[in-house]
Design a protein around this ligand. Sequence first.
Ligand code: DLL
Length: 433
Amino acid sequence: MERYYQETIECASREEIVRIQNERLVAQIRRVWDNVPYYRKKMEAKGVAPEDIHSIEDLSKLPFLSKDDLRTAYPYGLLGKPLKECVRIQSTSGTTGKRVVAFYTQHDIDLWEECCARAITAAGGTDEDVCQVSYGYGLFTGGPGLNGGSHKVGCLTIPTSSGNTDRQIMFIMDLKATILCCTPSYAAYLGERMREMGYGPDDIPLKAGIFGAEAWSEEMRREIESTLGIKAYDIYGLTELSGPGVAFECSAQGGMHINEDHFIAEIIDPDTGEVLPEGTQGELVFTAIDKEAFPMIRYRTRDICTLTREKCSCGRTHVRMSKPKGRSDDMLIIRGVNVFPSQIETVLLNHGYAANYQIIVDRVNNTDTFDVQVEMTPEMFTDNVGEIEERQKKLSDGLKSMLGIKAKVSLVSPKSIARSEGKAVRVIDKRKI
Ligand code: DLL
């Protein structure tokens, strides 16, 4: 039986959702015009005023907001409420560029935690569950967001934060954690460690995992599901919009429902800014229609995905986004070909490897070099050179047919690539250093 945290809104008719979006958008645009000079200037520059915005049909009249705007306006330039009414900041994990600092009123925190509660409930969570939150706590939104959502659902919450893997496993086993929240790369590592300790999927009390904050493939999902004996759900979000829970997966596991009562999603052509029709791949853009302290309007996420409004078997009506293929700024251009780390991961997992790999790109004599280091699993580990060379060739062929370019594959011994407790670092691009 599908469970909902807020069934009325999660399963509302399209007309009802549009009605809510229209009303909230008009009010939000008026608020930012009145209260945020930075937005007013941007709107004036585009020749648009609050009177021009009557419904979501008018969204495309509004200017985009980008990460550069956030840097320019840092730290207070985009505040929608007096600082006195703000109760929290969170900040990005800083994988690219300067940190973004996002502000929250208590209303914003409640809204965010409700989104996370919807995600936990969609993964089958109830007040009978024990939810271990192994995302980092602190400036990163993963820990605080899912912690708040877990409280709202009424789960017994174990706030382990990230790291100290053996202690994580002790709590999972001793306190019989049923739901695990962490990055997919850390879930894979926890699975690897538990297997080494002799725990099989039937010994592990977990039943569901809520994994996000980085791109992961369907193959990786299957790997984690079978090692831990769970159903693994994707969750998406970004600090600028609150954190995790902007979108989440349901039992159908066919894309993530975007919480449309709070966020309007558009897909645009990243080069021209043109809004693309449903089903077309492009850059995801969000407008937060009822956040107070940090009201993002047409914020360009740089995440590449598609949207679908096809009916979902779970009963939720909110639009679904596909797994982001990676960020447009994660995309590598190697010898003129676009390469996403997630494509490489798919090939590795299909060939029986775990997702422990590193991509090293450099430029030598004006030509891009493309090396992929992949860990052998303990089962396949050997020092027979002929066998290793054979395996390297097979993988290199697999990558060539997926990407269209040749990579130099090196198999390395198990555990030689550093594990991450948060977002995994997969790419070393020496051309940028
Ligand atoms: O990663 C928020 C989060 C925490 C989401 C925990 C899910 C779980 P940031 O650090 O601001 O926030 O990074 C946001 O991470 O624009 C995407 O590029 C990427 N990302 C987040 N979730 C997913 C996902 C958090 N499920 C950036 N799949 C986003 C792929 C994701 N990429």
